[in-house]
Write a protein that binds this ligand. Sequence first.
Ligand SMILES: Nc1ncnc2c1ncn2[C@@H]1O[C@H](COP(=O)(O)OP(=O)(O)O)[C@@H](O)[C@H]1O
Ligand SMILES: [Mg+2]
Length: 269
Amino acid sequence: MMQAQDVQTASSPAAPLLAVRDVSVVFGGIIALNGVSFDMQHGQILGLIGPNGAGKTTLFNCLSRLYQPSAGDILMEGTSILSRPPHRIAEIGIGRTFQNVALFANLSVLDNVRIGTHARTHSNIVSDSLRLPRVRRSESEIDRRVHEVLGYLDLEDVAHVMVSGLPFGTQKRVELARALATDPKILLLDEPAGGLNHEEVHVLGDLIRRIRDERKMTVLLVEHHMGLVMSIADHVVALNFGRKLSEGTPAQVQSDPDVIKAYLGSKHQ
Ligand SMILES: Nc1ncnc2c1ncn2[C@@H]1O[C@H](COP(=O)(O)OP(=O)(O)O)[C@@H](O)[C@H]1O
Ligand SMILES: [Mg+2]
């Protein structure tokens, strides 16, 4: 006889970490997203591709809660995240970087990364003002975590350098460090390869894979250019004109005639 556990394993695939369900976003008259659905599984690197204007950033901003979908739902471990404001997504394990680096230019690398961790610190005003031991412990815990992440991303040498003085590629790494310092379950990356040269893109690809393997994270990688996505993603979702155009392994999506047509037809490609 089958055990209850076996029945469950046999009848339902692993529950997704994140589920995007029929999400639509309308800006004025423009339908930026039109009924998009897909799942992200634990430990996956999911590549979200599509020509300019396809709706990638709009979807990304729904996930990071900057935009509210006009319809549909987004579930993290089975629970809707749509009532959550952007400053409260780190608590449930969603970390993000921005397409155009969004750091405090006049603060040091260390301070920028430290700011990221505050989203996940549950100290309250009373215990803060009394400097109770719990808070002190949490401060030293933050220090430990920040330095661990700076070391991991090879940023210790520039920890006290002001961000504005750093090359763009290094600034992007600082953003990544800030997201990692919150110890997210899902890391959302919007066009991390943008503005990087060929060698830097290669290094970034290795790094994203290492982060997934060593830090056990699930990664959503939004990219306009296919190269990086095709080399590191396990699963790819292609958007075009706000709709899901194709979904599957990188090889499947890359050879899908609809995807090829969409990219050839895009003047920005
Ligand atoms: N804040 C906004 N207000 C109005 N229209 C927007 C806004 N953001 C995006 N759009 C429109 O939604 C569509 C999808 O854009 P976007 O998500 O930025 O695409 P992608 O990131 O794939 O290039 C485009 O037609 C774009 O012009
Ligand atoms: Mg975009």
